[in-house]
Design a protein around this ligand. Structure first.
Ligand SMILES: N[C@@H](CCC(=O)N[C@@H](CS)C(=O)NCC(=O)O)C(=O)O
Length: 210
């Protein structure tokens, strides 16, 4: 049986959780308490030396330690329904938008949060090494998150999905990023009608309740 190492309150494992649900993959879940730094303890370090979630143990026993590997594996192992596109051009467009949402959205939120939250002092980056916060990065991160909301709203004008006119991994990443932006007090406003319409439509999919 597949095992997902998860944390109910963190955005990165939510991406894997939603993907497993969209593909209907039966699995076990092990919850880690990041607030108690369980990811840094010896037990989890032996499973994932990078000390991050998600991690996914395949039926063969290999541990995949990031969303990129988890997505590649699940798409290959459970091709239906596809979330990485079917044609070469669809695959390219979806990969491009997934990366943009990671870089311009998720990483910007992390930059804003991790460089300002008192609970994350000396934890400015995830992983086994404790890095100090840089307050200026929090400022820049916040500006980037606000820009990300504008970019996504404009992009979604006349579109039902983030990429390739179909539901894809880019929609999963974007929903997770948008919802997580609340931790730095950024939310779509009345003016972001396209973004709100798309988010409301995504809410119809049961996996997004996870
Ligand atoms: N590359 C990883 C990033 C995972 C990541 O940053 N996970 C965070 C939770 S959202 C984490 O494990 N944080 C542990 C920490 O802050 O020490 C992925 O997307 O799979």
């Amino acid at each position: 049986m597949i095992t997902l190492y998860d944390c109910a309150t963190a955005p990165s494992p939510r991406r894997a959780r939603i993907l497993l649900a969209e593909k209907g993959v039966t699995h076990e879940t092990v919850q880690l308490d990041l607030r108690q730094s369980e990811q840094l303890g010896a037990a989890f370090r032996a499973i994932n030396p990078q000390c991050t979630v998600p991690a996914l143990r395949t039926e063969e026993g290999m541990v995949l330690t990031d969303n990129a590997a988890i997505t590649a594996y699940l798409e290959a192992r459970y091709p239906q329904p596809p979330v990485l596109g079917r044609t070469p051009l669809e695959k390219a467009e979806i990969a491009s938008w997934n990366w943009r949402v990671e870089f311009e959205g998720l990483m910007a939120i992390a930059e804003a949060l991790r460089n300002s939250a008192p609970a994350m002092a000396d934890r400015a980056l995830p992983g086994p090494v404790g890095y100090p916060q840089i307050p200026e990065l929090a400022q820049r991160g916040l500006a980037r998150v606000q820009q990300f909301i504008e970019t996504l709203d404009q992009h979604l004008a006349g579109r039902d999905f983030i990429a390739a006119a179909q539901f894809s991994i880019a929609d999963i990443t974007a929903v997770v990023a948008l919802d997580f932006a609340r931790v730095v007090r950024v939310k779509p406003g009345e003016q972001h009608a396209h973004l709100r319409r798309w988010r409301d439509a995504m809410a119809q999919r049961p996996a997004f309740a996870l």
